[in-house]
Design a protein around this ligand. Sequence first.
Ligand code: URA
Length: 307
Amino acid sequence: MKEAIWAIVDELKRLRAEGEEGIPLSEEAFEELTKFARIADGQEVIDTPDEVEFVKKVDFDFKKQEETKQHQMAQKLKIVVGGRDFEIEAVPEPTPFVLPEADKKTRWEALREIVLGDKVCARHLREGKKIVFGVGNLDADIFFCGEAPGADEEIQGEPFVGKAGQLLTKIIKAMGLEREQVYIGNIMNWRPELPTRTGNRPPTEVEMAYCLPYLKAQIDIVKPKVIVALGNTAVTGLLGADTKRRMGAIRGKWHSFNNTDLMVTYHPSFLLQYASNEKKRQVWEDMMAVMERVGIPISEKQRGYFL
Ligand code: URA
């Protein structure tokens, strides 16, 4: 019974996160629900009066609810891009979700379905573009984490398939691996909007906060030996905003995310922009440290790359 109550509470939270103000419920159903809530766990199953309040709005006015919903849907968030005010769709609190107690593949597929069906992610897409979910080997030792989909990714619905992705694939191959042997994900599942058709911007804190539970769930399913945080946004998302220091000072060092070793390195886009041999060597040294940590042998030839 307790699971059933929690499932209902989770569903109510999900609806509220989507902007629902209340659900139609008969007086009788409301009585039963609150009774079960109290019985199931000594008064405290529905743990905040909020939840009860939410259910209690049984007598709400359908018309008013529709208006409120439309108002919420229309809510915009002002951000500043390149010194210009720009409005994007408001981003709510993350949507709660529950994955089945099952094997990795089943849980991953369930999560993928949730993310691809997420209305908040969908509301932020440019017309005809796709939500992007992680790809790769669910038993991978290495989990590469980037920032957000770019123009190519939002078309193909796959992370790291554009120019930066091609460079990441080269790095993976230089490590003696195939792309299919690692897992590749992003902090964001949609490409952060811009007033222009081209270009990318880093996600805002609320945007990251919305997508992070989906990334964390992927890490939890894959359980890699090592996470590689590619660039500043990945570092901020995974290690917190207070680590927002100069990349040069934190890269090449071991950090920890939920007891998993995490290596920080430059984002492939940075390498594409500042393609000095020195930077390439630094990324390569970071990758050699990752190889050592997961037990991939390094040849003499590999040791000499970019020297
Ligand atoms: N940059 C990223 O951080 N992620 C992608 O998927 C593509 C480019």
